[in-house]
Design a protein. Structure first.
Ligand code: PEP
Length: 256
């Protein structure tokens, strides 16, 4: 049984006050004893500390949205993975399509960041997903396999206990265009099959694969009830407790 993960990617949103109050509202739903689902929020780096304070004592986990593949040193503007663990973060999102699209992150960079994150004690949420034109050209499977091959290069089966995959079709991110339940399930099966071939059946069975792309309370139950969808990476809807909490509930309903 894979425990569902509901993760919120706040992107470059919130301010100090709203980050703290949003985290507090979500933390209220996630007592330390909660063991049906895992809930993670990934605020902007400058608000990590206040969000960690708001989450303190609860079961809410906190992650970064990105981190450097370098050790601390002369890298202006960067955040080292060890700085995230030092603060108390448990996770880091890597290879989000916005990082790939706007900051030129290729699979090789995602791979070195993933290795650094794991070596620093973080769990990595590694994002993959196809562009609309790639889907329309029938290239989805090839794109996903190539991103997985590059992003997870050199990792061992053991390393994979600290890796979560997020399938985020780029055409569904922030667009309101959600993948159908069948499209999501088909992509997740493809990713799980790849995990079995690259690692083994235990890794394939244990690795959580999240769906991301315009997840909202009204489509969450359908997506999350797919056999190979183990949770959601949520952007816009994670910024409002009244939207994110029902998505957490939908995840919990799949294991009730
Ligand atoms: C995301 O940023 O990872 C995302 C899935 O965004 P949204 O839910 O807004 O589509």
């Amino acid at each position: 049984m894979r425990r569902p993960i509901l993760a919120g990617n706040w992107k470059m949103n919130t301010c100090r006050e709203s980050a703290g109050s949003l985290a507090a509202a979500i933390a209220e739903q996630v007592p330390a004893s909660r063991d049906d689902v895992e809930v993670i929020v990934c605020p902007p780096a400058v608000y990590l500390d206040s969000v960690l304070s708001a989450a303190s004592g609860s079961g809410l986990q906190v992650g970064g949205q990105n981190a450097s593949d370098q050790d601390p040193g002369a890298f202006t503007g960067e955040t080292a993975c060890t700085m995230l663990t030092d603060l108390g973060c448990s996770h880091v999102i890597l290879g989000h399509s916005e990082r790939r699209q706007f900051y030129g992150e290729c699979d090789g960079v995602v791979n070195s960041k993933t290795k650094k994150a794991l070596a620093s004690g973080l769990k990595a949420i590694v994002c993959v997903g196809e562009l609309l034109e790639q889907r329309e050209a029938g290239e989805t499977q090839a794109v996903l396999e190539s991103q997985m091959t590059g992003s997870l290069a050199d990792l061992s089966a053991d390393d994979m206990t600290s890796v979560v995959i997020a399938y985020e079709p780029v055409w569904a991110i922030g667009t309101g265009k959600v993948a159908t339940n069948e499209q999501a399930e088909e992509a997740h099966v493809c990713l799980r099959t790849w995990l079995e071939g690259r690692f083994n059946s235990d890794v394939a069975a244990a690795t959580r694969i999240l769906y991301g792309g315009s997840v909202k309370p009204d489509n969450a139950a359908g997506l999350l009830s797919q056999a190979n969808v183990d949770g959601a990476l949520v952007g816009g809807a994670s910024l409002k407790p009244e939207l994110f909490i029902p998505i957490i509930d939908a995840g919990a309903a799949t294991v009730a």
